[in-house]
Design a protein around this ligand. Structure first.
Ligand code: PEP
Ligand code: MN
Length: 323
């Protein structure tokens, strides 16, 4: 016992010494961070500002979330619509290959010919397995921008990481947050500060409340459009189960422009057109879908890509319905 007590005293002294060093380091770090913030003009994560925003949002959002929990939203009259990422279209059509690949130019030429004005394609691809094609990153996004400009099209593309967000937002018109990142709150907070409109997909197993909660991170700071892209179902026939009812409910409750992604939402090219018509009939605001000049050569999601001719038929059917 006698031996242990002096030992304890010594250990305590060492800990106190280390605590002192840590406190010095933290205050040195704070001084550097404060200098950085002064130079930039704004703090990316100013705790005081975050707190104020959170307080404001809580007051605005809690009644809404209560309605989600009671499903009262289904009987609500439509909410006033918030500004969406695609402001000019009554039913926006976004199409393009799953990923930027060697057929990009041919694909975009075909899509543009059918009157699609919004181009989609991934430069960073979230893949289940690390050995699958991962996308070619920033060079691919630059190429996508250049090809879109050549055809007078606008670009929607996914950013997967905070590390790429600054560079990516410079090159896109709308930044996509993919299903796997739909609850990556650090990424959402960052995008809220970057000013670019966001297409926010629904997480593969996100409830309506979680989806709207994710949108709340962006709401009021950048235009937001929700995208229903299918949730995890039980039937292996479908890659995902497209939840049209959920999309309508989210739109009514949140007042967000809301579109569907029937490509990822079903995984079956032949179901894309019927789902687009269904979404339109249900009062949703558009669709984002995969199309490819040569679907079987697509480096990702070949089974769900429309051929250009199929996209053409869908576009003219939509036009005919409008007329
Ligand atoms: C995509 O749009 O290319 C994509 C990967 O979609 P999701 O995040 O919905 O799976
Ligand atoms: Mn895809």
């Amino acid at each position: 016992m006698d031996e242990i007590i002096p030992n304890l005293g010594k250990l305590r002294q060492t800990l106190d010494g280390l605590d002192g060093e840590i406190a010095d380091l933290v205050s040195k770090r704070d001084a550097i961070a404060a200098k950085l913030i002064r130079q930039k003009g704004t703090a990316p994560y100013d705790p005081k500002r975050e707190h104020e925003i959170a307080k404001r949002d809580e007051a605005l959002w809690l009644p809404l979330l209560r309605r989600v929990r009671t499903a009262e939203g289904a009987r609500l009259s439509e909410q006033p619509m918030k500004p969406g990422a695609f402001p000019d279209d009554s039913f926006v059509m976004i199409a393009g290959p799953c990923s930027v690949d060697e057929h990009l130019e041919a694909t975009v030429a075909g899509i543009a010919e059918h009157g699609v004005r919004w181009l989609r394609a991934g430069a960073w691809k979230p893949r289940t397995f690390p050995w699958s094609f991962q996308g070619e990153g920033l060079p691919a996004l630059r190429r996508l921008r250049a090809v879109a400009d050549r055809f007078g099209m606008k670009v929607v593309s996914e950013v997967m990481s905070e590390l790429d967000a600054h560079a990516a937002v410079e090159l896109v018109d709308v930044v996509q947050v993919g299903a796997r990142n739909a609850q990556n709150y650090a990424l959402l907070k960052m995008l809220a500060g970057l000013g670019k409109p966001v297409l926010l997909k629904r997480g593969p197993s996100a409830t309506i409340e979680e989806w709207l909660g994710a949108a709340a991170y962006l709401d009021g700071r950048v235009p937001v459009t929700l995208c229903e892209r299918g949730v995890r179902g039980f039937d292996p026939c479908f890659r995902n189960l497209l939840d049209l009812a959920g999309a309508v409910l989210a739109k009514r409750l949140g007042g967000f422009q809301t579109i569907i992604d029937p490509s990822h939402g079903t995984g079956i090219a032949g179901l894309v057109a019927p789902m687009v018509h269904a979404a339109r009939a249900a009062g949703l605001d558009g669709a984002i879908l995969e199309a490819h000049a040569c679907p079987e050569k697509s480096l990702s999601d070949a089974d769900q890509a429309l051929e250009i001719a199929e996209l053409g038929r869908l576009m003219s059917d939509l036009l005919a319905i409008t007329a």
